[in-house]
Design a protein. Structure first.
Length: 310
C-alpha cells in the first residue's frame, strides 16, 4: 500500500500584494526589500524564470525550488493533469501579485541541506539572545508615553528591566504580540478595565479580529509507483541506495522536503450556492467574508509520502 498526504490550510489572510492593500508592491519597495535581504534564491539548472531572482539574492537563508525527484514524475504529472482538468491555472510566481494556481514549491533547502533560522543570528555580534525568558510588560514613560524598554521574567522567576537606547521592537507573533501591549495599558479600554489595567492608550483593535488558520491533513491511497513510501520509509534496496547517495553528496530524495507542488485555489462557484454564505457575503458589503481581497480560500500541499501534518 502506498499513500499520499495532503495538508490543506485554509487561507483567510490577505495574500495579495497590490495597490488596494499596501500600495505599490514588489521589487523596489521597502517592504519587499525587507524580505529580499533574508534569503538567497538559487536556480542552478535554470528551470525557472530569471525574474524569480527577485525573491532574494544576498540573504542568510538559501532557498531553491524543490528537487524534482525522478521517481515522483508520475505523481507530479497526475496532480498537474487533475488540476488543469478543473480549469485551474498554473503559475510560477506567487511572490507578488495574486496567489492563484498550482505552483512549484520553493523550500529553505539548497543542495540537500536545510537552512536553519539560527543563520539570521550567526556571527552577529550586536545581538544577544536570552533563553527561557518571558516578556511581562513594556516600560512606558508616564509623561511622554514613549516606550523605553521591557520588563521580562527570567527562568528563576526574577523580573529584569531592559532599556533601549534607540527603539523597542515588539515581535512575538500574531497571538502573543497583543498580550504585552494590553498588559502595558495599550488596548481596548473596556477590556483593560475588566482586568484592573490602567489605560495608557485606548486602542480598540489591539487583541481583536484574530482569525483561525485551520489545517486539514488527509491521506489518500494511491497506486504503487505514485509515492515514496517504499523508498524512504522502508528498508529496501532503493532505500539503501538513496541514503548512500545523500551521505555521498546530499543528492536525491533524502534531502528533499517532499513538497514539490502547492496549489492555491478559490471555490467561489461552490460556496455561492450556499444560502448561509450568501447572507454572510451580503452582510459584508458584497465581499467574500472569508477572503475579501481575493486571496485563495485554500492552500493545497501535495506530499507524496504517508505522514502526519506536522
Amino acid at each position: 500500500m502506498s499513500a499520499s498526504t495532503n495538508l490543506t490550510p485554509v487561507a483567510n489572510r490577505p495574500l495579495i500584494c497590490g495597490r488596494s492593500t499596501v500600495g505599490r508592491s514588489g521589487p523596489g519597495t521597502p517592504s519587499f526589500h525587507t524580505s529580499e535581504k533574508s534569503v538567497t534564491y538559487h536556480d542552478d539548472l535554470k528551470l525557472y524564470s530569471p525574474d524569480l531572482k527577485k525573491i532574494g539574492t544576498d540573504g542568510s537563508i538559501h532557498i531553491s525550488h524543490a528537487e524534482l525527484i525522478d521517481d515522483m514524475n508520475p505523481f507530479r504529472e497526475a496532480v498537474t493533469k487533475a488540476w488543469k482538468s478543473r480549469g485551474e491555472p498554473q503559475t510560477s510566481n506567487v511572490y507578488d501579485g495574486e496567489m492563484n494556481g498550482l505552483t512549484r514549491c520553493a523550500d529553505t533547502i539548497y543542495k540537500g541541506v536545510r537552512s536553519g533560522s539560527y543563520l539570521f543570528l550567526k556571527n552577529k555580534r550586536n545581538i544577544t539572545v536570552l533563553p527561557e525568558v518571558l516578556s511581562k510588560r513594556l516600560i512606558i514613560d508616564d509623561v511622554d508615553r514613549t516606550c523605553k524598554g521591557v520588563t521580562v521574567i527570567a527562568a528563576s522567576g526574577k523580573e529584569l528591566n531592559f532599556y533601549a537606547s534607540r527603539e523597542v521592537i515588539l515581535s512575538q507573533g500574531v497571538f502573543k504580540s497583543p498580550k504585552p501591549l494590553m498588559l502595558s495599558g495599550i488596548g481596548p479600554a473596556r477590556e483593560l478595565a475588566q482586568h484592573g489595567i490602567d489605560v495608557i492608550v485606548d486602542s480598540r483593535h489591539v487583541g481583536q479580529h484574530l482569525s483561525d488558520h485551520p489545517g486539514v491533513p488527509f491521506v489518500l491511497r494511491v497506486r504503487d509507483g505514485f509515492s515514496m513510501d517504499d523508498i524512504l520509509l522502508r528498508k529496501t534496496p532503493k532505500n539503501e541506495a538513496v541514503v548512500s547517495a545523500y551521505k555521498k553528496d546530499h543528492s536525491g530524495p533524502v534531502g528533499s522536503g517532499l513538497l514539490e507542488l502547492v496549489g492555491f485555489s478559490r471555490i467561489d462557484k461552490y460556496i455561492e450556492k450556499d444560502p448561509a454564505y450568501k447572507k454572510a457575503k451580503a452582510a459584508n458589503g458584497g465581499k467574500d467574508p472569508f477572503s475579501p481581497l481575493g486571496q485563495p480560500h485554500f492552500e493545497l500541499d501535495f506530499v507524496y509520502m504517508f505522514g502526519s501534518a506536522f
